[in-house]
Design a binder for this molecule. Structure first.
Ligand code: PGA
Length: 256
């Protein structure tokens, strides 16, 4: 983390878990276990139908609500999709795009991720743009080239002012939901590399101000070490964000 230049963000990704009625008790437990003063922004990304309940329950605890996906289209005949306008209208502040599960199960490619990020930015929602290599790519030694391409493609056409609202999440696919975390050195190396890619496109100042999160089996035990790395500005947390005590511990770890 480097709080002098950028925000620390601890974001939970609930994926397709929990229900709207479980949110209030969850937030209450989280509040009980969270440090009173915090130095990070806390976000919980839920299925779209649960966002209003999260906004309501999270207000007092200062937990922001985020979505997990958005349509690249503004409106129209796209059954089942949710637009950035609709997310913004209910008060959504953040939204994940390009999560590896969307890429893998829904065939999302980098240009679609870019279109979605731009759709969100137009409506004032901060995109949490996920990138990350597979195990095969890591073993083949192409991690940085691949992640650099993903970042470049995702940021295509996004100007420096809009970049200020963007959050990048580095999530090695082999570490997601596997209990296998990247070492803090591995995570730092790629997050530093991502910042270098952004520096090349936008220059030193904008690159210094972008929050880059690590995701992939971050938990109550390993969070402090990962967050101590200079280019890791927070976490995108799946499994451990479903447990209020663990999530609160990760939030506390970011207070270091
Ligand atoms: P995990 O998920 O923390 O359960 O590995 C992270 C993510 O998919 O964002």
């Amino acid at each position: 983390m480097n709080r002098k230049y950028r925000k620390t963000v601890i974001a939970g990704n609930w994926k397709m878990n929990m229900t709207a009625s479980e949110i209030k008790p969850f937030i209450e437990q989280l509040k009980e276990n969270m440090p009173k003063t915090r130095t990070c922004d806390v976000v919980l990304c839920t299925p779209a139908v649960m966002i209003p309940a999260m906004i309501k329950a999270g207000k007092e605890a200062k937990v922001a609500a985020g979505g997990q996906d958005v349509s690249k289209y503004e409106k129209g005949a796209y059954t089942g999709e949710v637009s950035a306008t609709q997310l913004a209208d209910i008060g959504t502040k953040y939204c994940i795009v390009g999560h590896s599960e969307r890429r893998q199960y829904h065939g999302e490619d980098d240009m679609l991720v870019n279109a979605k990020a731009r759709a969100l930015l137009e409506k004032g929602i901060a995109p949490i743009i996920c990138v990350g290599e597979s195990l095969e790519q890591r073993e083949a030694g192409v991690t940085m080239e691949y992640v650099a391409y993903q970042v470049k493609a995702a940021l295509n056409g996004i100007d420096a002012t809009q970049l200020r609202r963007c959050i990048i999440a580095y999530e090695p696919i082999w570490a997601i939901g596997t209990g296998k975390t990247a070492t803090s050195e591995q995570a730092q190396e790629v997050c530093e590399g991502i910042r270098a890619v952004i520096r090349k496109i936008y220059g030193a100042r904008p690159a210094r101000a972008v929050s880059i999160l690590y995701g992939g089996s971050m938990n109550a035990k390993n969070a402090a070490e990962l967050l101590a790395q200079p280019d890791i500005d927070g976490g995108l947390i799946g499994g451990a964000s479903l447990k209020p005590v663990d999530f609160a511990t990760i939030i506390a770890a970011s207070n270091q």
